[in-house]
Design a protein around this ligand. Structure first.
Ligand code: IMP
Length: 199
């Protein structure tokens, strides 16, 4: 079956495509659609933004839609950057700008800098709406390590690992990540309801 993944983020897309690869699902990203409405991520929670994306894209195209909203929650910064993770250093900033701003803010605090990634994954169709939340705990380190992944991956070391997510790569990331946990939750309920099937 066809499901839209309401994202234009290529890093997320390649992770989620891998998560769905054993199911009879053709994932369509926003980059493959025309007349995609602008979605303002102005909710104050990951859940609110994620539901907004899946609902508005479903309402526009009439095709079952999944979405995620995710970000980094840093303990010493009282949960920042949170829902502002993508634009922490300002509109149109790069991942590197965000990482540098984060390391600068954390330079005033002692180590370790405990943090977690959070992901709200939602599914929206005419008959069903679901949400699953996944988390990955770890710490922020003050150097960039590794070449894979996206966003804060080069400076995030998951709990019980000594490498960053960038060094660990997509295979390991997709076994432990906040996004994998959230989307495996969705897959589980979609399979049990007979909406998608294992190939
Ligand atoms: P969203 O597109 O509004 O969900 O923003 C997500 C932002 O959170 C990304 O642009 C990254 O900055 C950060 N983020 C979310 N998930 C990850 C991840 O798996 N690795 C690194 N950064 C992430």
């Amino acid at each position: 079956m066809k499901i839209i993944f309401a994202t234009g983020n290529l890093g997320k897309l390649s992770e989620v495509k891998r998560i769905f690869e054993n199911y009879d699902v053709e994932l369509i990203s926003l980059k493959e659609l025309v007349n995609v409405p602008e979605i303002y991520e102005n909710e104050l929670t990951f859940s609110g933004n994620s539901f907004k994306k899946s609902r508005e894209i479903f309402e526009k195209f009439g095709i079952p839609t999944i979405a995620d909203d995710s970000g980094l929650v840093v303990e010493q910064l009282n949960g920042k950057p949170g829902v502002f993770s993508a634009r922490f250093a300002g509109e149109n900033c790069t991942y590197e700008d965000n990482n540098k701003k984060l390391l600068n803010e954390l330079s005033f605090f002692p180590k370790p800098h405990f943090a977690k990634f959070v992901c709200s994954a939602t599914y929206f169709s005419a008959d069903n709406q679901f949400e699953f939340i996944g988390e990955l705990s770890g710490e922020i380190i003050d150097e960039f390590r590794g070449n894979n992944g996206f966003g804060y991956d080069p400076i995030f070391v998951p709990e019980n690992y000594s490498n960053t997510l960038s060094e660990l790569g997509i295979e390991v990331k997709n076994q432990i990540s906040h996004r994998a946990k959230a989307f495996y939750g969705l897959i589980d309920i979609l399979s049990k309801k007979g909406i998608i099937h294992y190939k």
